[in-house]
Each structure stands twice: as C-alpha cells, then as structure tokens.
Design a protein around this ligand. Structure first.
Ligand code: ASP
Length: 320
C-alpha cells in the first residue's frame, strides 16, 4: 500500500488532430499540478488538503474549464461549481452558481468544514464566501477571449451544449478560430490516497458551453460527479446529465463493495454502463490502485503512484 494521485482536465470529443498549441499547455498544466500533488503527499499532507491544493492550481490555469477559463452560460455569464469529499469521515461540501469566487473548491471546503450543510448555491454561496473572507473578483476576471468565441460558435450553431460531446449540428466554417472538439475541454478533478489509506476527491467546473442560466451539472452532486468513501475516491467528467443519471462516482464504490471487484474492474464496469461518448473518471483506491477509464474520444488525465509509476495521456482508454 502506498500513496497515489490522479488528476483530470476533462473528457469529451477531443480530436486526435488537436493542435499542439491547444494540447501542450494543458499537458503542461496537468504535469505541474500532478507535481504539486506528489510533493504535498510526500510531505504527508492529508489527501483532503492535497486535492484542494491541486484543484486550486487547475482553477487558476485558464486552459481548463474551471475558475479562470470557465465556459459561459447562454447569457455570457460564469456559473462555477465545485465539490470536495473526504473518504474516511464522508464529510463533503459543494457549491453551484458561483460567479466571483476565485477558487470555488475552497468555498466547497468551507461549506464542508464550517456549516451544518453540504451544498450552497448562487446568492447564499456568494454571501458565505464573503463572510468567510475568500478572495473574490469581478466576474469578468474569469472570462477568457476563447470562451467568448466558444459561446459565439455554439450560439451560431444553435448548439445548446447539452449535447456538447456531439459534433456541431449546423455547419461552422472549417477555418473557424476554434475547431469542433476544442470546446470539449476542461472540467478538472483530483483524487488522492496517502499511505495510510486516507482518501479524498475534488472536482471543479464552469459546466458546459451555452448552458442555461441556473443549470446544475454532475460536478457538485455527491455520488454523481464526485464521491469518496473508505474504499475509493472518484472524480467524473463529461456530459453532466448522463453522469447524474448514472450516479457514476457512487456506483464505482458500490460495485467494489457489493460485488467485490477491484477499483479498475469497478471503474471500467461503471463507465461501460454509460452511453458511449458521455463520460470519464479518475479514481484511486485505499490500497493505492489507480483507474482512469472513459468512453469519450479522449480525457486529459495524469497519475502517479508511490512505486514510481507516472503517466500523462489524452487518448487510448485503458478500457478500450
Ligand atoms: N461534467 C461537467 C458538466 O456537465 C462538464 C465536464 O466534465 O466537462 O457540468
């Protein structure tokens, strides 16, 4: 038994032809965040602190769809969501509809640590962030030119991105600044286990491009996008509506517990139950096993374990 960590930067229809200028910054971001997490685990930080730290780094990186870099609602606004969970105590915290908080994952952590509740949203979440003295900024801070362009393209194509893993339905010029597939980036997540078997998970997102104002996805829903217990920690990504229907994150733990499967077997089984093209996840078990299956074209992901294994990848699911 040793420590293990895995991060993801979103699953979706990521074309094999993704140009280097779009691939490399995301790979570098994953590598950097993985290194931050490894150092924190080696320094014997609790996995809960490790996953919060790593997800904060990913939120601060504009190449991912969380924090700065969050995709836009149909009104051009940002509504971020985040969730964190501790496997041993099963304490958890979640937020939705946050538009000024620099690190939504830390707000989720405060909901977990400082309130009798699990989930705060919109005005109440914003007010709580201010009461707790969390860093806040104007919403415009989170909005990148790329995301203004993504929203424009989605709206020109009449594409409410509930179907965001599917090809654009209306024709978009071939030389459009952002090719099909580029919008399928970015929700972030991290799962970690220390060498005492303590598990934690954290997920953060801006949601999906051109989502309705007020739409809540899988990320903050305990058991759908995010879940941890004494057996495993899971963070999912992909089409939120499919992930909620499939209760993906909880199902991995349930299949391990009720069927006695290993983490890898359970994760692959659960992803296989979701309609193709919809979901991926990263997970670690209490014994230091890692699983990163997906049924989309790709998933930005990375992992490392105490025995020296490390991997960064986008395509080629281990389940395929
Ligand atoms: N699951 C996220 C959502 O539906 C999106 C993603 O993972 O990229 O909000």
């Amino acid at each position: 038994m040793g420590w293990a960590i895995s991060v993801h930067g979103g699953a979706g229809d990521i074309p094999l032809s993704l140009p280097p200028e779009k691939r490399l910054p995301r790979e570098a971001g994953l590598r950097r965040c993985l290194d931050v997490g490894i150092a924190a685990l080696k320094a014997h930080n609790h996995p809960l602190d490790v996953v919060e730290l790593v997800v904060r780094e990913l939120e601060n990186n504009p190449h991912f769809n969380a924090g700065k870099g969050s995709v836009l609602t149909t009104s051009g606004t940002v509504e971020m969501e985040a969730c964190i969970m501790d496997g041993k105590t099963m304490k958890c915290g979640a937020v939705s509809g946050v538009s000024t908080v620099v690190n939504a994952i830390s707000l989720a952590r405060l909901v977990m640590d400082k309130t009798p509740h699990i989930y705060l949203a919109f005005d109440g979440a914003e007010a709580f962030a201010r009461e707790q003295g969390l860093e806040t900024v104007e919403m415009s801070h989170f909005i990148t030119p790329e995301n203004i362009e993504r929203l424009k393209q989605a709206q020109e194509a009449d594409r409410v991105q509930l179907d965001y893993t599917q090809p654009i339905q209306k024709e978009v010029p071939k030389d459009a600044a952002l090719a099909d597939g580029d919008s399928q980036i970015g929700t972030v997540g991290c799962v970690a286990v220390d060498n005492e078997g303590n598990l934690a998970t954290a997920t953060s997102t801006g949601g999906i491009v051109n989502k309705m104002v007020g739409r809540i996805g899988d990320t903050p829903i305990i058991g759908a996008g995010t879940y941890a217990n004494h057996l495993c920690a899971v963070s999912a990504t992909g089409r939120g509506e499919a992930i909620i229907r499939g209760t993906i994150a909880r199902d991995v733990a349930a299949v391990m517990e009720f069927k006695g499967l290993s983490l890898k077997e359970a994760a692959a089984y659960v992803i296989d139950q979701v309609p193709r093209g919809n979901a991926g996840l990263v997970a670690v078990s209490s014994t230091g096993e890692v699983a990163m299956p997906f049924n989309t074209t790709g998933m930005f992901r990375a992992c490392a374990t105490e025995d020296g294994y490390s991997e960064i990848a986008i395509w080629d699911s281990p389940t395929k």
